[in-house]
Design a protein around this ligand. Structure first.
Ligand code: 6CS
Length: 348
């Protein structure tokens, strides 16, 4: 079966399951099933978020709701999950802007390099308070995604088969990125050859030397075994991996007020949980990678980072060209709020 047919069959299975009331067994004939998709593998940050969501929903609904978690590639690739979510075939998903910005370019705002605060607490405050987030969520809703939460999975590190300390070093390096055009432009601005490919193919791509490098948070570099087939892990702290908990506006509108309130109560708890979880997991996994002795870890100096910052600034124009006035306003407010929060918290 080709990919289109597989997608079609999956859609059909979903529609039939939804139409049949989604019961999960003899004792569960009135049980509601919420299908929850995410982009990563078992043990990842998105999986921890999904499992905690499942635990809290099942507990607080007194078992009336059962949450079924689908991980990356279990029922399609991440682009399929976006389509399933926009069509309301999944109740909830975790999707990151590298995926959603292919149809909602404003979501790329988070992937402008050297924009977001580097401290986790500052970032959490920014997501919770910035008017830019409210504006972004409204735009998503107009595009069939209701965003309930934005969270963080750690800064994006590079792995490569050569040391990279300057944009000059990126010349001739084919680096795998996610599909979002802004991410592609960011690495083109560093002189690299950005090569989008599905997440699940990156390990083989590196092993077979179809690509020379890739970019992802440390926890992912460990669990996807990228560090086993690369020689250098480079921490430039140019941007972070942001993800969103989304549902579809139609699905949400059909939930009764009590169920909506239950979910809205759970979300801030999940946000606190995952900010702590990702910090610990990224640290633990950096330690595992270091202990393996497989890869040299390079932390760029402030001087080296400054050269990348300068090369990244023209890419803001690429973002602005891809969005309308509202997108420009979102970037302006997010930047302003980020600077204000960093300044306010700097002595804490
Ligand atoms: O690089 C990617 O495509 C993926 N990376 C992570 C850490 N999560 C999901 C995403 O699809």
């Amino acid at each position: 079966m080709n990919k289109k047919n597989i997608t079609f069959v999956l859609l059909l299975v979903f529609v039939m399951a939804i139409a049949s009331g989604c019961s999960t067994g003899a004792d569960a004939k009135d049980q509601i099933v919420w299908r929850f998709g995410h982009e990563e593998i078992r043990g990842s940050i998105q999986d921890a978020y999904a499992l905690e969501f499942k635990r809290l929903v099942e507990e607080r609904s007194n078992g009336e709701i059962y949450v079924e978690v689908y991980r990356a590639d279990e029922i399609g690739g991440v682009m399929d999950y976006l389509e399933f979510q926009q069509k309301g075939l999944l109740a909830f998903s975790i999707l990151n802007p590298g995926t959603t910005a292919t149809t909602i370019p404003e979501n790329n705002v988070f992937y402008n390099h050297f924009l977001l605060p580097e401290e986790d607490d500052d970032l959490q405050e920014l997501f919770a308070t910035s008017e830019a987030i409210t504006m972004l969520n409204k735009l998503n809703e107009e595009n069939d995604l209701k965003v309930l939460d934005w969270f963080y999975e750690g800064f994006n590190a590079w792995t490569a088969n050569k040391p990279i300390r300057s944009p000059q070093d990126f010349r001739g390096v084919s680096i795998r990125t996610m599909a979002s055009p802004l991410i592609v432009s960011s690495y083109a601005a560093y002189n690299a050859n950005p090569t989008p490919m599905p997440y699940s193919e990156v390990y083989t791509g590196l092993q077979l030397k179809q690509i020379d490098a890739q970019v992802n948070p440390v926890f992912a570099i460990e669990e996807m075994n990228f560090y086993e087939v690369q020689d250098y892990l480079i921490q430039a702290r140019q941007d972070g991996f942001v993800a969103s908990l989304v549902t579809s506006p139609d699905f949400w509108a059909e939930l009764d007020a009590k169920t909506q309130a239950m979910v809205l109560d759970i979300v801030p708890e999940l946000n606190d949980y995952i900010f702590d979880f990702q910090a610990k997991l990224n640290q633990e996994r950096l330690d595992i990678i270091r202990a393996s002795g497989n890869i040299e870890i390079i932390d760029l100096t402030e001087e080296e980072r400054a050269v990348f910052r300068e090369a990244a600034m023209p890419v803001r124009e690429v973002f602005l060209r891809s969005v309308g006035e509202e997108g420009a306003e979102i970037l302006r407010i997010l930047d302003e709020d980020a600077q204000r929060i960093i300044e306010k918290n700097k002595d804490n």
